[in-house]
Design a protein around this ligand. Structure first.
Ligand SMILES: NC(=O)c1ccc[n+]([C@@H]2O[C@H](COP(=O)([O-])OP(=O)(O)OC[C@H]3O[C@@H](n4cnc5c(N)ncnc54)[C@H](O)[C@@H]3O)[C@@H](O)[C@H]2O)c1
Ligand SMILES: CC(C)(O)[C@@H](O)C(=O)O
Ligand SMILES: [Mg+2]
Ligand SMILES: [Mg+2]
Length: 347
């Protein structure tokens, strides 16, 4: 494990150079990895593991996603099973069910957690909020986590492009003395770029904050606020969308992704730089209290409870889809659909 300096703070990281794929295969050569759940992370992690040469099977309930697993080449009775059968066959149970479904399926999974097995999560949710989830593993299994920092869809596409999505890793319980080598081997196997150390609690607090904040919730709120302001002052949808979203994702975000914010600023006019440097403070000050409120809601367990309550309902998927439909059909994103069509590479 390497110690690296991140902006003045030393952290433990594991790179692919230190822990190559061959070593990961050696560590897991006698293991059967069962990926339970085939939603978003399930396909990404299981297909990457399969392509990387690991012994992996999938456990999925019947329905549309089961059919998707078949279409992806998992063979019923050979590499694709019911959740129960996959847990029985596994030495490593990789729980990639939705956080709410993990609660519903826990009585089944728990039965097959015999001594020496490993229980793997991609989120600190189940363990950290155990008073709410009821998920308390037996003491004689390893409990480990690899949490890819991005969508399972990106985990797969980046793997196919020869790239890697970064993941955090954590060990909650080391019953076998092999938890570290197991968790890192799995992290490399699922296609992580590099792995950084965390705990289950720090992962879930940062993850829930990030997705509600800048990554998903705050970004839509911020973009919409600017789009609306421009529209209310007489600007056209084209102008408002280009000045709010299209320029950000197509021109400026790639610049700061590649070389940092100062580099993006330096590649804009001095007028833009002056204005951005003046206005970043007020935007920071206006949103900081919202982030503080959000973090508190995460730390109090309110966000977890809301997720459990809403996503345990039988019609949770229809309700989410309805809210996504409204987002898709809003003027801003309808404009976006037209703007995307007009990109020359899409013609
Ligand atoms: N979505 C991501 O890209 C992503 C990224 C990082 C971490 N994670 C974590 O990975 C885990 C899986 O997330 P996901 O987004 O892939 O999940 P998901 O919501 O896509 O659901 C995964 C599976 O749960 C199954 N399922 C739902 N209800 C069920 C029930 N009652 N009984 C049996 N099966 C049921 C579905 O069939 C599906 O196969 C979560 O802990 C999540 O926080 C997800
Ligand atoms: C992809 C995300 C947002 O990083 C993940 O945390 C999730 O919950 O889907
Ligand atoms: Mg998340
Ligand atoms: Mg996340």
């Amino acid at each position: 494990m390497a110690q690296m300096n991140f902006g003045g703070v030393m952290e433990n990281v594991v790179t692919r150079e230190e822990f190559p794929l061959e070593k990961a295969r050696e560590v897991l050569k006698n293991e059967t990895i069962a990926v339970i759940g085939y939603g978003v992370q399930g396909p990404g992690q299981s297909l990457n593991l399969r392509d990387n040469g690991f012994n992996v099977i999938v456990g999925q309930r019947q329905g549309k996603t089961y059919e998707k697993a078949v279409a992806d080449g998992w063979v019923p009775g050979e590499t694709l099973f019911s959740i129960e059968e996959a847990c029985k066959r596994a030495t490593i149970i990789q729980v990639l069910l939705s956080d709410a479904a993990q609660i519903a399926c826990w009585p089944t999974i728990k039965q097959y957690l015999t001594p020496g097995k490993a229980l793997y999560f991609s989120h600190g949710f189940a363990i950290t909020y155990k008073e709410r989830t009821g998920i308390v593993p037996p003491a004689d299994v390893d409990v480990i986590m690899v949490a890819p920092k991005g969508s399972g869809t990106s985990l797969r596409t980046m793997f196919l492009e020869g790239r890697g999505l970064n993941s955090s890793y954590a060990i909650f319980q080391d019953a076998t003395g092999r938890a570290f080598e197991r968790v890192i081997a799995l992290g490399i196997g699922v296609g992580s770029g590099y792995l950084f150390e965390t705990t289950f609690k720090r992962e879930v607090y940062s993850d829930l904050t990030g997705e509600r904040g800048t990554l998903m919730g705050a970004i839509q709120g911020l973009l919409l606020a600017q789009y609306e302001t421009l529209r209310e002052h007489g600007h056209t949808p084209s102008e408002a969308f280009n000045e709010t979203v299209e320029e950000l994702t197509q021109s400026l975000m790639p610049l700061f992704a590649q070389k940092g914010m100062d580099w993006m600023y330096a590649n804009c006019s001095t007028t833009a730089q002056r204005g951005a440097l003046d206005w970043m403070g007020p935007f920071h000050d206006a949103t900081k209290p919202v982030f503080e409120k959000l973090y508190k809601s995460v730390a109090d367990g309110e966000e977890a409870q809301r997720s459990i309550d809403s996503n345990s309902q039988p019609d949770y998927r229809e309700k989410l889809n309805e809210e996504l439909r409204q987002l898709r059909e809003s003027e801003m994103w309808q404009t976006g659909a037209v703007v995307r069509k007009l990109r020359p590479e899409n013609n």
